[in-house]
Design a protein around this ligand. Structure first.
Ligand SMILES: [Mn+2]
Length: 318
């Protein structure tokens, strides 16, 4: 049981106008958790709004009550408290001037250094959804089928369906309780993982066709050129599933996924396994992230980026 959760619950109980926000380029855990907290606070009779900067990609748009999310700036509107979900820093929310408010920060990422009024960070948790579930007990809110579904979706998203290295016994324990409270694992799996359009499957095929492997298949590159999206009339799409396929190559230790932006620059995502720390490489190029998931931006051409990365991979002796 957590002292911070108790303090946060007390503060929320004593507040009336509450804003929730979560990070830019939203994922299933942040949106599921944000919506779940929104519904909990509504049940408590609070005046609550969930305000983000970025619109999520499908299938997150199919989450229950997705339509309540607003897009824009929290400041200078009036709130008693602002809850930041999964934002290791205020900047991660894309919002400005949040220091004008009483801030509550709830996160499960290590890099949390923000000085806020109430800070609750637990990097041991598989998903921030698990923390929101814990918070619900201190808020004395009954978890209904929709809240259970949203929180369970957050856990399933962040653990890649209980497959990633962040999964632990507590994730299963909380999931089991959420299923008892009405979350349907078949429906959630279907929503999150079996919701492709034919265009998306074609995109996966195009991107995978760029696969190159080096160092006895321990390093892999894939590239998504802007033309792939244009040809299929797709705009920005979720691509984590594509890189997960490549990371599942038997011997692979590190994958670099080069995504071309509209202006011809690249966003490079690095995904690694085992003892390979991808964030150290990303940091060398002005980026950052976690050990197994990091990234950076580059103005260079794809071929040049690959060349530079190959040198880095060679140095770490995969
Ligand atoms: Mn998360």
């Amino acid at each position: 049981m957590s002292k911070e959760a108790k303090e946060i619950a007390e503060k929320l109980k004593n507040s009336h106008k509450i804003a929730i926000t979560s990070h830019i380029r939203p994922d299933g855990d942040s949106i599921g958790s944000g919506l779940a907290l929104y519904l909990m606070l509504k049940k408590m009779g609070k005046e609550v709004r969930y305000i983000n900067k970025d619109i999520p990609q499908p299938p997150l748009t199919l989450f229950p009550h997705f339509e309540v999310i607003e897009y824009g700036d929290i400041y200078p509107q009036e709130f008693d408290v602002v809850v930041l979900i999964e934002c290791s820093t205020e900047e991660r929310s894309g919002q400005k001037n949040l220091n004008k408010y009483f801030r509550i920060l709830i996160d499960h990422h290590l890099s949390n250094e923000e000085q806020v009024e109430l800070n609750w960070v637990n990097p041991k948790e598989s998903a921030v959804a698990i923390m929101i579930y814990e918070l619900s007990k201190y808020l004395n809110v009954e978890i209904d089928k929709e809240i259970a579904t949203l929180l369970y979706s957050g856990i399933v998203s962040d653990t890649g369906g209980f497959r990633f290295t962040n999964v632990n016994a507590k994730a299963f324990r909380v999931s089991s309780e959420l299923i008892e409270k009405g979350a349907n694992p078949i429906e959630v799996n279907r929503l999150l993982f079996e919701n492709y359009t034919p265009q998306k499957v074609k995109l996966i095929s195009k991107v995978l066709s760029t696969l190159e492997t080096f160092f006895d298949d321990k390093a892999a590159f894939i590239t998504m050129y802007k033309s792939f999206l244009d040809d299929l009339k797709l705009t920005d799409v979720e691509t984590e599933d594509i890189v997960t396929i490549v990371r599942s190559i038997r011997k692979v230790k590190i994958v670099a996924f080069l995504k071309e932006n509209d202006d011809g620059t690249f966003r490079v995502s690095l995904r690694s396994r085992d003892n390979v720390d991808s964030s150290k490489i990303a940091e060398k190029f002005g980026g950052g992230g976690h050990m197994h998931a990091s990234g950076f931006y580059s103005q260079k051409k794809a071929s040049e980026i690959k060349e530079i990365l190959l040198k880095e991979f060679k140095e770490i002796n995969l």
